[in-house]
Design a protein around this ligand. Structure first.
Ligand SMILES: Nc1nc2c(ncn2[C@@H]2O[C@H](COP(=O)(O)OP(=O)(O)OP(=O)(O)O)[C@@H](O)[C@H]2O)c(=O)[nH]1
Ligand SMILES: [Mg+2]
Length: 318
């Protein structure tokens, strides 16, 4: 049977479970996941290989996780929404994911309108059914079918893995015949140092509340692989001195806690020992600076590194 492949973007409101789904389908932690909305800021690509013998087709799903759809209020938000719009353009299939336990509201309507505008084939995924009253499921499916001509409406639990085999097979069946775009052992196109920056940002999100996580971004300033040891220095940028004080904590306690937790995650990712240094820096109003948001984007950095050549280290100011 002919091999199938294609580009599939996951779209939905903040917190719907997009990144949890990406990780579950790929089988690796590529995207950070927290209970806070707007955790994801960039498109994250994950590659899923589906091998079948017999009647079902085999294929490769090139999945794209996206930031949650929201109303942009600053340059960072606008950039995040651009990532969403870029991801839904020109893909073969959209996966619109909603939290089945929440009412379909204005936010969901906004996402659905994006889907309708693209005119793309779309599956609706009712996520978090592990928390849903079973009797609600059938009426809910019927309600969603009224809203749009979805190619499929599938109940899943991205966290518990329920319904994911069915989803995977349905996605492959919906894709056109095509080549294997990525080698079998490749799970993403994002270099490790940027996954590392995200793992650090995840700890910041987990360790801080209110405005601080949203005012924070992480930049890798030094990254050296020396055999079994990787030396990493990263800057955590925030917007105000008060936020810096919170991030550092009493006698550096918070920074130390985040550093230790991030280091363990990074060691698991890289399979090496890691020496991690974290610095906190203040950059007033960075979220409103288009230039800063652009410069700190991993793709911009990657481009710059490839121009700089391997000998040039990004500058550090400590
Ligand atoms: N109970 C339950 N919780 C889930 C499920 N999927 C995701 N979650 C939780 O929902 C929260 C948000 O998950 P994420 O995967 O970060 O959601 P997201 O859509 O990527 O969110 P943003 O990146 O902020 O747009 C986390 O606390 C997850 O553990 C699920 O199937 N069941
Ligand atoms: Mg996410």
């Amino acid at each position: 049977m002919a091999f199938r492949s294609g580009f599939v973007s996951i779209i939905g409101r903040p917190n719907a479970g997009k990144s949890t789904l990406l990780n579950a389908l790929v089988g690796e932690k590529l995207a950070i996941v927290t209970r806070k909305p707007q955790t994801t800021r960039n498109r994250i690509r994950g590659i899923v290989n589906v091998e079948h013998k017999g009647k079902l087709p085999s294929g490769q799903i090139v999945l794209m996780d996206t930031p949650g759809v929201h109303k942009p209020i600053n340059s960072l938000n606008r950039r995040m929404m651009k990532e969403v719009y870029d991801a839904v353009e020109g893909c073969d299939l959209l996966l619109l994911i909603v939290d089945a336990n929440e009412r379909f509201g204005a936010g969901d309507k906004f996402v659905l309108d994006i889907v309708k505008k693209t005119g793309q084939k779309c599956f609706l995924l009712l996520n978090k059914i592990d928390r849903l009253d079973k009797q609600r499921l059938l009426p809910l499916i019927a309600e969603y079918k009224e809203l749009h001509d979805f190619a499929e409406v599938l109940p899943i639990s991205a966290m518990k893995g329920q319904g994911l085999d069915t989803l995977r097979d349905a996605v492959v069946r919906a894709l056109p015949e095509g080549p294997r775009y990525f080698p079998k052992d490749q799970v993403t196109d994002q270099p490790e140092r940027f996954l590392v920056a995200e793992l650090i940002r995840e700890q910041v999100l987990l360790a801080t509340g209110q405005e601080v996580p949203y005012a924070t971004t992480v930049l890798i300033e030094q990254y050296e692989e020396r055999g079994k040891l990787t030396r990493i220095a990263a800057a955590i940028f925030c917007e105000r001195e008060g936020q810096k004080a919170i991030l550092i904590g009493k006698h550096g306690s918070n920074l130390k806690k985040m550093g230790t937790a991030a280091r363990l995650q990074i060691e698991r990712l890289l399979n090496t020992k890691v020496f991690l240094e974290l610095f906190v820096k203040v950059r007033p109003g960075w979220r409103d600076s288009r230039q800063f948001v652009e410069e700190t984007d991993w793709r911009t950095q990657l481009e710059r590194m490839s121009h700089a050549g391997p000998a040039d280290e990004p500058e550090t100011d400590s």
